[in-house]
Ligand binder design. Structure first.
Ligand SMILES: Cc1cc2nc3c(=O)[nH]c(=O)nc-3n(C[C@H](O)[C@H](O)[C@H](O)COP(=O)(O)OP(=O)(O)OC[C@H]3O[C@@H](n4cnc5c(N)ncnc54)[C@H](O)[C@@H]3O)c2cc1C
Length: 271
């Protein structure tokens, strides 16, 4: 893994206080970390996104495959193209560099991919009430399991919202950036995860298992690397402005990424 190779970052996520660690191992310690409290939109993230989308012009199903920075042209995978004066982009920084064909001297910083297994199942007798749990010892290889339906029953089918006998779960496993397993490997891993969660009593019969691959999920830096600075500056010289968590190669949550969008929108509107 990358553990001993990358520069330490985001120390606030793991504030280390040894006496609290010992206390936490033996009994309850006071809460610490980056997500002790968090907010969730009352009507769900979908509604928030849809309300923002109503105020924008969005062209769905348009995947950018190439960007020509000499004549400011975007090429899409459906064969169409479009010109731009200035580009605000949330594409991961490494993918943006590949698409523009621009290069810098520094070697690219590393990243981690994540396979998310979404599972809908009959709730097991030992299913916890937590929102998420980190699992360093799962034998099937995942590192975190979270329970959508413990955040809000809206994450269950309507028929199960009142009975509470179902659970909707996400299970995350990290990979070295870009090393996507084959479909057979994913299917075999999914079977192992389901067996393990059944053995733990978190779930009974499974009704849905749906894998999603997030190619750039967590971004890191080599010690002393100036790749990020060099690439962002070079892109800006070509009127390409990177925003958001993957665009700027930083760690932040959804709320901060939405805020980035509002700031950049407002600053361009004032120009
Ligand atoms: C496994 C996981 C769990 C997370 N859990 C949480 C959490 O619980 N709470 C929280 O606050 N944050 C969480 N995050 C972080 C959160 O997802 C990000 O901070 C947020 O999505 C970043 O928003 P963004 O707009 O910068 O990027 P994105 O949400 O990645 O948006 C980028 C957009 O660009 C589009 N795109 C990409 N390539 C192309 C292309 N070639 N052409 C056209 N469009 C393209 C994508 O489809 C996407 O819509 C999690 C992240 C991961 C990976």
């Amino acid at each position: 893994g990358l553990y001993e190779k990358i520069a330490p970052q985001d120390a606030y996520k793991t504030p280390i206080n040894f006496s609290s660690v010992i206390q936490g191992a033996l009994s309850n310690a006071s809460p610490a970390g980056y997500n002790v409290t968090f907010i969730y939109p009352e009507e769900g993230l979908n509604t928030l996104a849809q309300r923002m989308a109503k105020r924008c012009q969005i062209n769905y199903g348009k995947r950018v495959v190439k960007i020509d920075v000499q004549d400011n042209t975007l090429y899409f995978d459906d064969g169409s193209q479009s010109n731009y004066e200035q580009l605000i982009s949330t594409l991961p920084l490494n993918q943006m560099m590949t698409m523009t064909g621009l290069t810098v001297e520094e070697k690219p910083d590393p990243y981690t991919s994540v396979l998310v297994l979404n599972i809908g199942a009959v709730r097991g007798s030992r299913c916890p009430d937590d929102h998420w749990l980190y699992n360093p010892d799962a034998t099937s290889g995942f590192h975190r399991v979270g329970f959508y339906s413990n955040v809000d029953p809206l994450f269950l089918p309507k028929s199960a919202q009142k009975t509470g006998n179902r659970v909707s779960i996400y299970v995350e496993r990290a990979y070295i950036g870009g090393l996507k397993p084959t479909d057979e490997q994913i299917a075999s891993y999914a079977r192992d995860v389901v067996n393990e969660l059944q053995n733990w009593g978190f779930i009974d019969q499974v009704e849905v298992v749906d894998p999603t691959w997030i190619d750039v999920a967590y971004t890191w830096s080599w010690p002393g690397s100036s790749w990020k600075k060099q690439t962002l500056e070079l892109l800006e010289k070509h009127q390409i402005y990177q925003v958001g968590r993957y665009g700027r190669w930083i760690f932040q949550g959804i709320a901060a990424s939405i805020q980035d969008g509002f700031y950049v929108g407002a600053s361009f509107a004032e120009k």
